[in-house]
Design a protein around this ligand. Structure first.
Ligand code: ZN
Length: 241
């Protein structure tokens, strides 16, 4: 089975549309969204519609929960706060409820998905370093936990360092190891590569591939600026920061 995993769209319609084109040629058996459909860019409604249309397994992100009033605004910086308030102003109650209705955790016999970490998913903790990953490894009930939230694609293996990772490389996973796999961000990558990031998990061959996709950044930036959102939310996209 091929599972396509994506997250942190952050209202970036152009990035999501480019990734969707790839999905259409891959035809995955299953889709998994690991949170943060909305926030930051200018097309939250369109992104919600597209996500609904492909009917993925979903887990919620901190921005999604904030839109629904389920997560405190005090946890966000000023630019994020500004974009959350702007987004809340244009979403319908139905759209906000949809964002708030997504669960915090997905778990089956093969894998887990959570936006931040398994220790208190409702707190949306970040896994930046191996020390941040330890609690999640301990709480995992299967061998793979997919995460997002940092907007940096990365793979941690239990008891070891993250394998060297470069884009568009397929990694064969070891069946005797546990992994935490960060799939990166569709709409606001922060690893220095501005291209949208998503992952393909091949359950039969037990491989993971993080793919990067170019999109029309200039158009996304134009719309962010035209909406009166903070300028930094536009400029950071071309730097991938
Ligand atoms: Zn995010």
């Amino acid at each position: 089975m091929i599972i396509a995993l994506f997250s942190d769209i952050h209202s970036n319609l152009e990035a999501l549309t480019s990734v969707l084109k790839e999905f259409k040629s891959i035809v995955p058996d299953k889709y998994v969204l690991i949170g943060d459909i909305a926030g930051y860019a200018a097309n939250p409604k369109e992104c919600i519609e597209i996500v609904k249309s492909i009917n993925p397994i979903t887990v919620s992100g901190n921005h999604d929960f904030a839109m629904a009033g389920l997560y405190g605004m005090e946890y966000f910086n000023d630019n994020a706060k500004c974009s959350i308030n702007w987004t809340k102003g244009i979403l319908t109650d139905e759209e906000k409820n949809y964002l708030g209705s997504m669960p915090l955790l997905y778990e089956d016999k093969n894998f887990t998905a959570v936006h931040g970490s398994l220790n208190s998913p409702e707190e949306f903790n970040y896994i930046f370093y191996y020390t941040d990953a330890k609690e999640t490894f301990r709480l995992m009930k299967n061998d793979i936990c997919f995460v997002a939230h940092t907007h940096r694609p990365e793979i941690f293996s239990e008891g070891g360092n993250a394998p060297a990772y470069s884009g568009n490389k397929k990694i064969k996973l070891d069946k005797n190891k546990k992994y935490i796999i960060n799939i990166g961000s569709i709409g606001q990558p922060r690893d220095g590569d501005p291209r949208a990031s998503y992952a393909l998990f091949d359950t039969k061959n037990y491989t993971i591939e993080i793919r990067r996709v170019e999109y029309n950044i200039i158009e996304t930036q134009r719309k962010i600026l035209a909406s009166g959102l903070p300028k930094i939310l536009a400029t950071r996209l071309s730097a991938g920061k």
